[in-house]
Design a protein around this ligand. Sequence first.
Ligand code: ASP
Length: 354
Amino acid sequence: MITAKFGGTAVTPRNLVHLKEIVTPYHKCVVVSAIGKEYLNDTKTTDLLIEYYNNPCDAVWGKIEDKYRRLVEVNAIDVDVNALLLDARSRATRYSLQYCMSLGEELSARVVAVFLKAQYLEAEEVICFDDSGNLDEENTYRNVNERVKGAQLVVVGGFYGGSKQGRRTFSRGGSDVSGAIFAAATNSSLYENWTDVSGVCVANPTSVADVETVASMSYGEMYLLSLAGAEVLHPDAVAPVEQKGIPIKIGNFFKPYGKSTLVSACPSFNKLLSIAQKSQDGKIVTTVLHSYPQWRIVKLISRFLRKNTSKLEFFGKSREVSSLKLYNLQFSDNIVRLTTDISILPSLYKSLIE
Ligand code: ASP
């Protein structure tokens, strides 16, 4: 049995078609996000919903409607989208901001359920938060199993659940967490997480050309990378599946049989696992995860720093590169952290692959 989660770019009008190539009779649960960006400067549905909650006007709701109307029209889905949108709008500002933010996932799931001829499952009725806002694992797992048992395939909205005070969401990107919870609750043999990039790459593929996909890595490595800024998976999506030993496959829905990353209990075979960047206190912190011997990584980083002194001087460290400490470098076990300019990624990548 497989649980699959599809991110916001997979459920856009143009890309939804790929779900039919991916979902097989082995799939039991499909978890979907709200419609994401359709082009570079587009706004995600969740951000439009936040805007609408703060300023409930026709102009903003119109943008949300447009996305879901096109999703239904382009894919010829037999669903009364006007009724769905009218109902969602009537609830959008009636409750909390988090309730409003959950509506994108709810709408996606209602539409995708019809598209895949599957049973719609209301996330609010199965995923339970306790009074402190933490997941109530026992009740959630029981609910999921009860509701999934007799069904061939269920489709559920990610990112939210219910509590005594009404709907609550996980933090942004939290549909990954919902997917992991469904996989764990149903003891799935695999948790598939489908995005628009081919798994976890050694560096951000939008900044570095021809970057390698990491074929496999451990749960711990994936968690560290998520914390360091790799945006492929929400860090809280690791624990539920790790506890049950369920592997995560991170794949590209555009190329379902292409390269992907398998996250399991086995550590990566790569010497250079990944370079992730995150902005922190107005600075870019670059984290390098590797399994080089310490002397080797120090040598590679020193070489890189010597070559790139001028760029790094930008950060006010204009003294000579005689000490690695000058660049706020931190070495610990298999991690190196340094404060850098975002544009150094391609040259850092080149210096660190052998
Ligand atoms: N739609 C939510 C967000 O934009 C959750 C998700 O996509 O996972 O953060």
